[in-house]
Write a protein that binds this ligand. Sequence first.
Ligand code: GLN
Length: 455
Amino acid sequence: AQHFLARAKQHQNLGAFVSINEDATLAQAKAADALIASGQGGKLAGVPIAHKDIFVTKDFPTTAASKMLEGYQSPFDATVVRKLADAGVVTLGKLNCDEFAMGGANENSAIAPVGFDSAQPVRNPWNHDRVPGGSSGGSAAAVAARLAPAVTGTDTGGSIRQPASFCGITGIKPTYGRASRYGMIAFASSLDQAGPMGRSAEDCALLLSEMCGPDLDRDSTSLDYPAEDFSAKLNDSIEGLRIGIPAEFFGEGLSSDVRTAVDAALKEYEKLGAKLVPISLPRTELSVPVYYILAPAEASSNLSRFDGVKFGHRAKDYVDLNDMYKKTRAEGFGDEVKRRIMIGAYVLSEGYYDAYYLQAQKIRRMIADDFQAAFKDCDVIAGAAAPTTAWAIGGKADPVTNYLADIFTLPASLAGLPGLSLPAGFGDGGMPVGLQLIGNYFAESKLLNAAHRFQ
Ligand code: GLN
C-alpha cells in the first residue's frame, strides 16, 4: 500500500486520483495484515486497489466527479466495495471519472484531482497529451501507470472497455445484474454495471470473483445467480472456440491502424486453435441513437434526486423553494450532465414518449435478439473496442462526435451482455488498441479464458 501511495503521489500530474486518505489506507492495510496472519486471508488479502469515484465509500469522500457532491461523505460502502473489503483488499483512494460517468474521455470531471486546485482532464500515461478514455479514465490511467495493481470501474455504455482499450489494460463488464448496483451512483439504471480493470485477465478474474453475486435485498435488478471462481477456467484450451466476426464492426468508421492491430490479434487467435466465423449484428449503427435516448432518459430521472434538499450542494442565495432547486442544479451540474437531463426530459415528455423512448426500447430488444441469433453460430464475438486509439485532449469538442465513438461498446450494453477489452497491440503514434470480446449472458468465464490464452 505504501509503495502504491508513493507512486500515486509521484505521478499525480496524471490527475487519476480525486481522493487519497493515507491514514484510512494504512489502517485497512494493518487489518489485512492481521487477516493474513490469522490464516483467514484469501487470494486478495492485502492487495491494494482503488475505486472509481462512482462507488460510495465510508472511508473516503464520494463525488461522482460532480460539484453537486463535492464534500459528500457516504455513511456506508457500496456492495461491491464492501465485498472486496471483506476479501481483504486495501483501498488506496478514489479515482477520477467523467461527471456521473457521462463521457468517453474523462474530460467532463468537475472535481480537482489530488495535487491540483481545479478540475483537469485525466491524462493518458502512454502520451500525456491524449485522453485516457472514459468514463473510467482515472481507473484506466491508474492501472496503466501502475499507481494501483487493479481497480474498479463502471460501464453503462463502454466506460470500462473503452478506457481499458485506450490505456492498454484489461477490463471486463459482467452480465447486467451480476454485480450489485447498490451504492453505485446511478447514471442509467438499466445499463449500469460494475467491473474490474487490471493488467491482465488473470487479475480481473480475481477481482470479479469477489464483486459478483446476488444482492437481492438492496438492488432490485440484482440477479439470483451465484458468484463463481472466474480464475478456474483461465487455462482451458480454446481449440475450436468459434469467434464471431460481425461485419458491421469492420466497416467504414474503423480506423485503419486499429483494424490492422485487430486483424493481427485475430490471426493469433487462429493460431491458438480458434475459428473465425463471419456473423452480422445488423442494428449496430442504431445502438448510438437508441443508447443516447435511453441513457439520458434514465439519467434525467435518476438525477432528479440532486435537488439541494437531501444531500450534496445547495445554492446559497435563493428566494423560495423552486428558486433553490433551480440555482442548486444550475450551479451543481456540468454542461454534459445538463445536456443529458434536457435530452432525457424531452424524450420522456408527453407527445414525444412514443416517438423516441418507446421506439428506442423496441429497437433495444431487437439488438438483444440479434445477439441471440449470432450466438447460434459462435461462442464469443470479437471486434475493436473503439473505432480509433485515444484522441488528443480537447480533440473532440462536439458532443455528437464523442457519442459516435461509442458505437462498438453500446450494443453489448443495450443487450446486457458481458464484454471485455484486452490489449491487442498498438496503432498510430504507439497508442494501445483494445480487442473487445463479447459473450452470451453469464459467459464471463469464457471471455476471461479467451483473453488469458492470448495474454
Ligand atoms: N461514453 C458513454 C456515455 O457517455 C458511456 C459512458 C459509460 O459507460 N458510463 O454515456
